[in-house]
Design a protein around this ligand. Structure first.
Ligand SMILES: C[S@@+](CC[C@H](N)C(=O)[O-])C[C@H]1O[C@@H](n2cnc3c(N)ncnc32)[C@H](O)[C@@H]1O
Length: 174
């Protein structure tokens, strides 16, 4: 999906109050995705982490709870999603900074040991993705890690085969 930031912000502003209750019905294995991100980060626990499209703060909370050394900067275009994140992360407010910002034209500062983005980059157009990724490298510390967990078109049939998880059988099928 690719949309203008204004449209995407309006969409997520509208969805924010229901997002946490509904996202797992729309994204199978949502919690496993979040677990995988934190596991990867645990290999080299970051001190300064940037989370792009931080939404209601699900990834940020897991990071803050699992990795006590981490401070998180979370960016999102939707004020309503950020309001939920602020609420979710209130116990860790000394270690979190949330900013309303469009990641298609990122205004980034400093260096980060880790940059994460979960289910957000697919909202950008291809040229915006290229622009974003070209900037991200400039903001990763030496040895830093970039973790993007999102939906991508398979680059080949072989990859499709490898990542085509067996679907659980529908319980009512005979
Ligand atoms: C499907 S939600 C994922 C939220 C969160 N990362 C999670 O794991 O639940 C996508 C998020 O990306 C944000 N987003 C989409 N396009 C964006 C953009 N251009 N700039 C900043 N945030 C954006 C949306 O506002 C929304 O909060």
């Amino acid at each position: 999906m690719s949309t203008s930031p204004r449209t995407v912000a309006a969409h997520f502003d509208d969805w924010a109050a229901r997002y946490d209750a509904e996202i797992r019905t729309q994204v199978p294995r949502y919690d496993e995705i979040q677990d995988s991100v934190v596991s990867l980060l645990s290999l080299r626990p970051p001190h300064r982490l940037l989370d792009l499209g931080t939404g209601t703060g699900v990834t940020a909370l897991r990071v803050l709870e699992a990795l006590p050394s981490a401070r998180v900067v979370g960016l999102d275009v939707s004020g309503e999603m950020l309001a939920r994140a602020r609420q979710r992360l209130r116990r860790h407010r000394n270690r979190v900074e949330l900013r309303q910002s469009n990641i298609a034209t990122p205004e980034l500062d400093g260096l980060y040991d880790a940059i994460t983005s979960v289910l957000a980059v697919h909202h950008l157009w291809a040229d915006e993705k290229r622009h974003l990724f070209s900037h991200l490298w400039e903001h990763l510390s030496p040895g830093g890690i970039l973790v993007v967990a999102d939906a991508f078109r398979n680059a080949s049939d072989r990859l499709l085969e490898l990542y085509d998880y067996p679907r659980p059988e529908y319980p009512h099928e005979v």
